[in-house]
Each structure stands twice: as structure tokens, then as C-alpha cells.
Design a protein around this ligand. Structure first.
Ligand SMILES: O=P(O)(O)O[C@@H]1C[C@H](O)[C@@H](CO)O1
Ligand SMILES: Nc1nc2[nH]cnc2c(=O)[nH]1
Length: 274
């Protein structure tokens, strides 16, 4: 067995020692969304430090543990904290848990993140369903020898986000009467936020929002043939003509304040999985 697959199996085996639950949906909780894990019933929480091969999550607002249990009757596994490239992780490390979740039984992945709104129509607190992304991290989790048991050498990326499940998330926004955009996420390496000129460039490239995660996870999901839905919370407005200062605390606070909207969208996706 190749190195990565062996690590995946070892992490999955360590999780199985802690719970019999076979999750069907995996949820990666971004900044401000960690509280959703507290709503999981019959929860088993496993700090990443108690699992083999996993680094600590050091990002602000990320607890760093895996939570397994039921959300609205659906068996789920939630990552309360993820591994960002700016923490010094490789793209492969930052995506490995996607394969672990699949090994545990997950068949759908829901990803959330905080992002800066480049589209001038976007306001702080608005959710954005990812329609597509641009990988500007210049890193890819699939670089290296491909393990054909995990997925194909050259995965298609023409539609990385599941349209039907995305529609269910948008329908929740309509039902609950809040604005939700559908747009393109630019994945940046971080940890700096962008300069005015960079935001302007990103807009010209076709991005609606910029963040520092999600892209490696979505690539791994595509590689592993896992349908994926991703939702950003717009935490700062960065259209170049009205750019102010941004801080990590401001981002976490804004994501926290808007988390009810994203939670409703995540729950709608769970209901649509059936
Ligand atoms: O994990 P996410 O993508 O929500 O975290 C974002 C990116 C950085 O960690 C931080 C920057 O504000 O928020
Ligand atoms: N790269 C990037 N990540 C973010 N996360 C939250 N806001 C931003 C932003 O403006 N840029």
C-alpha cells in the first residue's frame, strides 16, 4: 500500500476505534462556523492530536477536532478546524482528511469558509455558494505519484461543485429570505490579505471572493469522486475602490455573526442528500 493510502487507513482505523458511527456526509467547518459541531447529537469529539499523522490546527477560530454524530438525523463527520497551507501544511496534508472521511463512509462533502468579497455587490454577512474556483495557491494536493485506488491521475475539473445540492442550499436562502450569491472563489496561499492591486487583479480574472482554503479540499473531493458543495461567508468587503483594513479577528467575528445563514444552507444540503 502506498504511503498516503496507508496514512488514510490508519487515521480512519483510529477514528473507528472511538465510534461505530458510519458518517454519510462530511462537513469542513471554516472560520465562524465551528459552532455547528455543537449541534451534532450523540457526538464523539476527537482532537486532531489524538489521531495519527494529523498536525494541530493553529488557525484563529478553528478548534482542531473531528466531531462524529447525527445532525437532523443524518450521520455526519465534521472537521471543527482545517489545515491551511499558510500554517505550513502541504496541499496534500491540507486535503488528506477528505480521503479519510471517504474511507469512513462519507459520500457527500460540504465545505465552508470565510472569504473577502471582491464583487462590489457583495456585503459583509452575505453567503456565497461556490459556482467555481480559481486555484491561485499554485499548489495542488495531487502533485506526486498518483494512487489509482484514490482517484485518477488527471481528474476533470469542469464542474467541481455539485449543482443539485447547491440548488438546495440556494433554496434555503430563498425560503429564509436572505441574500445568497453564487460566485467564483479565488484560492490564495495567504496568510496576508490582498493588496488593492491584487484585489483588482482578482476581479479582472473573474473572481467574486478570495479566501485561503477550500481549493485543495475541493480538488481532493473531485479526485475521490465525492460530490462537493462549498459555501463562503463574506467577511470583509474588498472592492478596490473602497478597501479598508482587514484583520483575522474581524473576519472571525463577521463569520460568527452570519453563521445562522450558512448553517441553514448546510442543513438544506443534508436534507437534499436524503
Ligand atoms: O478556514 P477558512 O477558509 O474559513 O479561514 C479563512 C482563511 C484564513 O484562515 C482566515 C483569514 O481570514 O479565514
Ligand atoms: N485571501 C483572503 N482570504 C480571506 N479570508 C477572509 N477574507 C479574506 C480576504 O480578503 N482574502
Amino acid at each position: 500500500m502506498q504511503g498516503l493510502r496507508q496514512q488514510i487507513e490508519e487515521v480512519a482505523a483510529a477514528v473507528r476505534q472511538r465510534t461505530d458511527l458510519a458518517p454519510r456526509v462530511g462537513i469542513i467547518l471554516g472560520s465562524g462556523l465551528g459552532g455547528l459541531a455543537d449541534e451534532i447529537e450523540g457526538a464523539t469529539a476527537i482532537p486532531y492530536g489524538e489521531l495519527p499523522h494529523l498536525p494541530q490546527s493553529t488557525a484563529v477560530g478553528h478548534a482542531g477536532r473531528l466531531v462524529l454524530g447525527e445532525l437532523d438525523g443524518m450521520p455526519v463527520v465534521a472537521m471543527q478546524g482545517r489545515f491551511h497551507l499558510y500554517e505550513g501544511r502541504s496541499a496534500s496534508q491540507s486535503a488528506m482528511m477528505v480521503y479519510v472521511m471517504k474511507a469512513l463512509g462519507v459520500r457527500t462533502l460540504v465545505v465552508t469558509n470565510a472569504a473577502g468579497g471582491i464583487n462590489p455587490q457583495y456585503r459583509v454577512g452575505d453567503p456565497m455558494l461556490l459556482d467555481d474556483h480559481i486555484n491561485l495557491m499554485f499548489r495542488n494536493p495531487l502533485v506526486g505519484v498518483n494512487d489509482d485506488e484514490l482517484g485518477p491521475r488527471f481528474p476533470d475539473m469542469s464542474a467541481p461543485y455539485d449543482v443539485r445540492l447547491g440548488e438546495a442550499a440556494l433554496a434555503a436562502a430563498r425560503r429564509e429570505n436572505f441574500v445568497c450569491h453564487r460566485g467564483v472563489y479565488a484560492g490564495m496561499l495567504g496568510p496576508t490579505y490582498e493588496t488593492r492591486a491584487e484585489y483588482r487583479m482578482l476581479r479582472r480574472l473573474g473572481a467574486d471572493a478570495a479566501g485561503m482554503s477550500t481549493v485543495p479540499e475541493a480538488i481532493a473531493a473531485q479526485h475521490a469522486a465525492l460530490p462537493c458543495v462549498a459555501i463562503s461567508t463574506i467577511t470583509n468587503e474588498c472592492s478596490p475602490d473602497k478597501l479598508g483594513e482587514t484583520s483575522g479577528d474581524e473576519v472571525v467575528h463577521a463569520a460568527d455573526a452570519a453563521s445562522g445563514k450558512v448553517r441553514a444552507m448546510v442543513r438544506a444540503v443534508l436534507a437534499a442528500v436524503g
